[in-house]
Design a protein around this ligand. Sequence first.
Ligand SMILES: [Zn+2]
Ligand SMILES: [Zn+2]
Length: 303
Amino acid sequence: MFRHTLAALAVGTAAAQAEPPQVVATFSIIGDMAAQVGGDRIVLEVLVGPDADSHVYEPRPRDAMAVARADVVLTNGLEFEGFVDRLIAASGTDAAIITLSDSAQVLEDPAGGHYHYIGEQAIWHAGAHDPHTWQSVPNARAYVGAIADSFCEADAEGCEGYRANAASYTQDLDTLDVQIRASVDALPSSRRTVVVAHNAFRYFEEEYGIHFLSPQGISTEAEASAADVAGLIREIRDTNAGAIFAENISDTRLLERIAAETGMDLSGTLYSDALSGPAGPAPDYLSMMRHNADTITSALAAD
Ligand SMILES: [Zn+2]
Ligand SMILES: [Zn+2]
């Protein structure tokens, strides 16, 4: 957990000052959206920080304390944060619990889940719906609207400001959405397939038309069967996949092996389920999506 924004109490008459709303966001991506909407009027705690995997996160006692004193808890839902239901129950909080994916266009997951690559293990993350909704900018726009609604509910006096922040941020999201579509549209139609570590980009695929392949349950151990790897390599060749990417929350060893066997190099790092730290290329949602789109399209355009 890290303190993302310190509340700066509004200057002016003491009579007009209320306690700033205490907001908890479960992970860095929705934490950034909360900061954009709340500005310096909220006190924000983000539980799962940059480059960390929410699916395997183990909450600490201070996370329960943050949830206990919160007025609003922002979660993604769709079983993305495996820890969150227990944490909320254990905290005894009376905060408003907001499930942001309720506002999104949600995709069913025909595979019934996806794999995470942690250390040397492939870990199955089951779910009837794909939780990675924020990988489409229109869904992010819906999240921002739901965040503003929840802040207005918790702090009516701040509502006008939250709405204004949300409106201006939504314009930035709209610009981003147009840019991503234009950069993908500029690619030759034969150059639309890439390989990633975990299957987190189905919303990006659906929205923008890049096809993503990913290893399905192949162990990252050195003795992972050649047959398992061969299946993916065949798919990479059959689909003429143009690039392979590392990912900020996944182990890269399996991808390096696949890249080596196909004679390709890794073409950079994508940010799927967490932002980068402040010095990285994806310290906020807009930068993250721009970085991912630029990394994908420049790798595909290069050949
Ligand atoms: Zn997952
Ligand atoms: Zn994921």
